[in-house]
Design a protein around this ligand. Structure first.
Ligand code: HEM
Ligand code: HEM
Length: 179
């Protein structure tokens, strides 16, 4: 069982949780940017093979992160946060966890129906799911990937804005305890 690290004058998230957060945040930002602007930059660089490999990586890192999440209790909310703020934060974090798994999974489903192999950075091929091209499942997963991908982008912007608001306006420890 991991303990919360208390070497600062405030209690931080444990080191593994902070590492998971930083690595997955960087990968998710990469995928949101390549997902949204990928087609626009295709003449310079074709980002979708890297988008797909990174998305698969996010899926499995997020499953590991979620499993780890059940082994510890988060540090108490600071006194600066009211009940409503706490509920909004809890809801946003829960939604981000769900999207970190559902968005890459929908990508894996509809890309399995495509003609291109799923390659993990050219190192090895990733197995495709048994999904037929043009099937209802492939179409729904494609639609879902687009809608939920944009929803995730919006939530991530809100989430980052909230973290910066805590740090620079409220001036509490919320951002520092996750860094
Ligand atoms: C957390 C991980 C992921 C995020 C945040 C993400 C996000 C996005 C976004 C926002 C788009 C643009 C949607 C549009 O304009 O149509 C997109 C497109 C795409 N994504 Fe992902 N994605 C992720 C994982 C994956 C995975 C795992 C795969 C496949 C293995 C994948 C395959 C694709 C493909 C092929 C497109 C282009 C779709 C099209 O041209 O219609 N994505 N992604
Ligand atoms: C880009 C993708 C990101 C995702 C998917 C994400 C996801 C999450 C999730 C799920 C949590 C809840 C942790 C838990 O209690 O288990 C969390 C917490 C947190 N995130 Fe992010 N995050 C992202 C980016 C960022 C960035 C860029 C920042 C900083 C600017 C940030 C700042 C924080 C902070 C400060 C917390 C802790 C809030 C608290 O004290 O309860 N996150 N994040």
């Amino acid at each position: 069982m991991a303990t919360l690290s208390g070497t600062h004058d405030f209690v931080r998230y444990n080191a593994v949780a902070r590492l998971f957060h930083a690595v997955i945040a960087a990968l998710v930002l990469f995928n949101i940017l390549t997902g949204i602007f990928g087609e626009a930059i295709e003449d310079i660089w074709q980002p979708f093979p890297a988008h797909k490999a990174t998305g698969i990586l996010i899926l499995f890192l997020s499953l590991a992160r979620l499993a780890w999440r059940f082994t510890w209790t988060m540090p108490a909310w600071p006194a600066t946060m009211g009940k409503l703020q706490q509920s909004v934060a809890r809801l946003t974090h829960g939604a981000l966890y769900v999207l970190m798994i559902v968005v890459p999974f929908t990508g894996w489903i509809f890309s399995s129906a495509g003609k291109y192999p799923l390659s993990i950075y050219g190192l090895f091929d990733w197995p495709k799911l048994p999904v037929a091209k043009g099937s209802a499942l492939a179409e729904a997963a494609h639609e879902g990937h687009e809608v939920l991908g944009f929803l995730m982008a919006g939530l991530v912007i809100l989430h980052i804005a909230a973290a910066l608001h805590h740090h620079f306006v409220i001036k509490d420890n919320v951002l520092r305890r996750m860094l």
